[in-house]
Design a protein around this ligand. Structure first.
Ligand SMILES: Nc1nc2c(ncn2[C@@H]2O[C@H](COP(=O)(O)OP(=O)(O)OP(=O)(O)O)[C@@H](O)[C@H]2O)c(=O)[nH]1
Length: 348
């Protein structure tokens, strides 16, 4: 009992998803004497659901993805693993005997508010006894509750998008990853490049045009409705690995991964066009302006946001309802380079 409580204490001291997940997997690995425990996260690509392994605890060691932006191992099409399909679709624990390896695989669905978030896989030499099944379910319940709390503190209450606090944390993690893949040894850098082969990171700031007029003409409630609908359109338009934030007011931020500037420009232009052609209830036509920039390893967060803001400011000053790239504006001489900090301070 004391042993179990120690695990609970260690799990609940984390405010970081990856550490929380690692804590749950390690606790189960030890308590039910598993051969390995894996946590898979579900994601949707079109019609197909994929599972990516984000946490692994086994006799060969421990591994986990360190960032929201690190998708972990290669996504696994769900149809390759029938026990996982059954677990996700029927939302119940499914057990399979892998006769080749003589292992018993137990799949526990992880869902919150009937949304399937993933699967916890517990691999053992023998089927789990009722007591151990109870332990696993208990830890899953703890994990789910804790995840809901984390989710609540990370989201903007009006739109449900990620909030400003989460933005700083996420972007710091990305910069940390970029730096370590630049500075690390060649093998690590190569592995990270493979993991990140979906391209570089870009940051876009989106702002509703003349939003004050919407509030003044239709009232604050309709203004809020516009923000809510806009957030929904963002969720529909951008890809699952792009991160969407509400920065406050009528300003939104998207952190995207793309292989080229054209790809980012196309995604943002498509979204601008979607908004322009949408009929917002009562309010009618709404447009947005967007500024974006590339994210580099040695960037600071204020610098990145400052560059995207400068491109946004240019879009606003030059007719609104358009997408502007900081780098393109700079390259064509439409804006001046931003002043470098006067001196670099070192703090000890
Ligand atoms: N309804 C609603 N309005 C908000 C919220 N947060 C900020 N606002 C309003 O958003 C408006 C922002 O106006 P401005 O920054 O002047 O810009 P704008 O009218 O959008 O004009 P441009 O950005 O120059 O195109 C203000 O009227 C704020 O009161 C919110 O959560 N809900």
């Amino acid at each position: 009992m004391i042993h179990v409580l120690k695990h609970v204490e260690s799990i609940t001291q984390h405010r970081d998803r990856a550490l929380l997940e690692l804590g749950v997997a390690s606790a189960l690995f030890e308590l039910v004497k598993a051969q390995e425990v894996n946590l898979y996260k579900a994601s949707q690509h079109g019609e197909e659901t994929y599972l990516a392994r984000v946490t692994h605890v086994g006799q060969d060691g421990v591994s986990y993805s360190q960032s929201e932006f690190d998708e972990g191992g290669e996504p696994l099409p769900l149809h390759d693993r029938p026990e996982m399909i059954a677990s996700v679709e029927q939302s119940q624990i499914v057990r399979r005997h892998d006769t080749e390896r003589n292992l018993h695989i137990h799949c526990f669905p992880i869902s919150i508010d009937s949304r399937v978030l993933g699967v916890l896989e517990v691999v053992c030499g023998a089927p789990l006894a009722d007591d151990d099944l109870g332990t696993a379910e208990g830890f899953l319940g703890l994990y789910r509750n804790y995840l809901s709390l984390l989710d609540y503190s990370e989201r903007d209450t009006l739109t449900g998008l990620l909030n400003r606090k989460t933005f700083d944390e996420n972007l710091s993690k990305i910069l940390g990853h970029l730096l370590s893949s630049q500075d690390g040894d060649a093998a690590t850098a190569q592995r990270r490049r493979v993991q990140h082969d979906e391209g570089n990171h870009w940051l876009a700031v989106l702002d509703v045009d003349h939003f004050k007029r919407v509030n003044d003409q239709f009232g604050h409630l309709y203004g809020d409705e516009v923000l809510l609908l806009l957030a929904r359109l963002m969720l529909e338009s951008f890809r699952h690995q792009d991160r969407l934030f509400r920065f406050g007011g009528e300003e939104f931020v998207v952190v995207l991964r793309a292989t080229s500037e054209e790809e980012v420009a196309t995604a943002l232009e498509r979204f601008r066009n979607t908004v322009e052609n949408r009929d917002f209830p009562q309010v009618g036509r709404v447009t947005i302006s967007i500024g974006y920039t590339a994210v580099h390893a040695r960037d600071s967060i204020p610098d990145i946001v400052g560059r995207a803001d400068e491109a946004l400011y240019f879009a606003k000053e030059n007719g609104r309802n358009q997408v502007c790239s900081y780098e393109l504006l700079l390259g064509t001489g439409k804006i001046m380079p931003r002043a470098a900090p006067e001196s670099e301070m070192e703090l000890f």
